[in-house]
Ligand binder design. Sequence first.
Ligand code: PRT
Ligand code: ZN
Length: 298
Amino acid sequence: MTIARDRLRVAVQKSGRLAETSLSLLRRAGLSFRASRDRLFLYGENLPIDVLLVRDDDIPGLLMEGSCELGIVGRNVLAEQRLTALPGTDAPAERLALGFGGCRLSLAVTDGGPITVPAQLDGLRIATSYPGLLADWLAVNGIRAEIVVLSGSVEIAPRLGKADAICDLVSSGATLAANQLHELVAILHSEAVLAASPHPLGSAKAEQVERLCARIEGAQSSDGARLLMLQAPRTALAAITRLLPVRESPSVLSLDGLPDDIAVQALCSGALDWQHLEDLKRLGARGLMVLNVERMLA
Ligand code: PRT
Ligand code: ZN
């Protein structure tokens, strides 16, 4: 099925943990928007790309029915949808990992309780909002447990006597600790991902998707990227390169009238603090300059 709609549509969480960062990522990819009156739609002003603001749980369904071509959603939601979808239906695919909204889906048990390893869950009850992912993990690990499906407040199930363990999202671990629970094992590592509709796209839209993905990757890689420029004796190059948190091979240029010297341009990630610069200077570098990288395109 080819989708008959000219503009690309990206589904994004309306409010919640992923909402703000998802929109700021799209803005950093160069998109600008105008909100509709009902605030459910953001019209792309400079590219034929609109944003639909929805609940995160609705995003896989919107991709499957073809109402949106792309969506930003937790891998946990996407993977659960894939495992619980009707057989024969095409599931949306993860296109890019986006590096925010990090968390893990973990099995957790009561502090000081008898369960210390997952195998001891055999024959017990586990409360979760992720029955698909939990059932899959239990099957792979040969554990037969009863899955108690809850839509929220999973962490209080053991105290209410509804379950012997839980399987829930954890980020800092504070919620588990506040409920006298601790992690046994993480069954899925999650983060926000760009997911794509399984439906084939026409060439114009496919091109827009590629363009947006390249821009998002560029926006991600320019985060924390610095360009270091310096001059140094040619003999110091190897020692200088060893000191740098380089992302790729530095460019080495010759200097007019100075055959024994070079200019180096290196794309670096992470901190390039005063100590780094002083260490480079000690190796003979001079004219050191660190520049923030505004935009990158691979
Ligand atoms: O309204 P809508 O349905 O859109 O939002 P929602 O309430 O279902 O989702 P939301 O905004 O809570 O989470 C959206 C996505 O953020 C999730 O699908 C995950 O991919 C990701 N994410 C990252 C998290 C967490 N971290 C997280 N800590 N989602 C939920 N939690 C909850 C967890 O369920 C538990 O209750 O936070 C609690 C644990 O946090 P810690 O820090 O105490 O460990
Ligand atoms: Zn939700």
